[in-house]
Ligand binder design. Sequence first.
Ligand code: PLP
Length: 425
Amino acid sequence: MVSSEWSIETKAVQAGYSPKNGEPRVMPIVQSTTYKYDTCQGIADLFDLKAAGHMYSRISNPTVEVFENKMAQLEGGVGALALSSGQAASTIAVLNICEAGDHMVALSTLYGGTFNLFKHTLKKLGIEVTFLDPDLPVEEIRAAFKRNTKLIFGESLSNPGTKVLDFEKFAAIAKEMAVPFIVDNTFPTPYLCRPLELGADIVIHSTTKYTDGHATSVGGMIIDGGTFNWSNGKFPGLTEPDDSYHGLRYVEAFGPSAYIVKARVQWVRDVGCYMSPQNAFLSNMGLETLHLRMERHSDNALALGRFLEKHEKVTWVKYPLLESDPNYELCKKYMKAGSGVLTFGVNGGSVNAEKVMNALTLAEKVVHVADVRTGVLHPASMTHRQLSEEDQRRAGVLPELIRVSVGIESIDDIIKDFDQALQQI
Ligand SMILES: *Cc1c(COP(=O)(O)O)cnc(C)c1O
């Protein structure tokens, strides 16, 4: 059986690396910046991209490559590129096809860090971004596209609003407008949602979250679906000669892998931000239990959501697999389970939200989400505090909102902890 036929659980454990006779069963951490070759020609061929191989760990590394190969197989893409953070993944994914004078469309429900990057930093680089409420009617979304629009960007399950992306709606618009549909699949992971099968062209991840899953390593990943037609006249950077690479034309030379090869040999070569082998090793080890963890995270989150829904001190609960949630139908349609993040509001607004958080003992206050330990965060005063109140509301961040990253501990212990904390208000 070839690895491409494996089910996703088997891929999570084994894909990306198959040692030859006598080699280590687990890909070691190749802690080397440099690779030795016998002849000058051998190295020249690497520079010309005629031969595959590693030459310098700013651009590729054997340990990182194993992690990239596994992520590409999990998402069903033609190639992947690991970056030093999720932010770097979003940045490179955009800059690989947008330059000064270009425009892009993004959904307003994005993670706060991505929103800041798009709204303020890309603007300084001359890239204009229009943010749209994902619930707008199709005609209004269509109207936001311009002649120089190069992509549309959304999150499959938004952080922290847990809004499920309407894949059918946005994939159809992207297709009609002949631009790639880039989806941040950090929260569901490929185990719960497969954006490339749902019409996305490129997937990005903050691997810092469920991919690593243990809160040890910051990292990011871009996965190329290999299906977008870059030769439609809008993307000269992929079809015309690259002066910085002695006239290389990416589509001509690399076909369906053009986008992901360009991201590596042009952008990561020039700006750095490649993943370190140590982080790739740890993140890849995390992936080995992805399917087990995501099932338990989802079961625990649903059970905690059901408990909080009935609690007298709780005003509302949002979790995509609660029947009361507006995302319920979309979640059933596009995701295998609801993932581990839920949000709820407490009686008495921001003041009581802080009180409850301070009273929790098992659930820790952390600026993190999506690892094995249950953690809580108050987005209004933490991750989203740089946003204006209006932008906060547009991102779904209310003052009384507590975001819970439900871990894989005993659900009985988790519920007891929230119950005793809520009793104190
Ligand atoms: C955390 C996060 C990011 C940013 O990733 P870093 O690894 O922290 O740079 C991007 N998107 C989503 C959905 C996230 O949760």
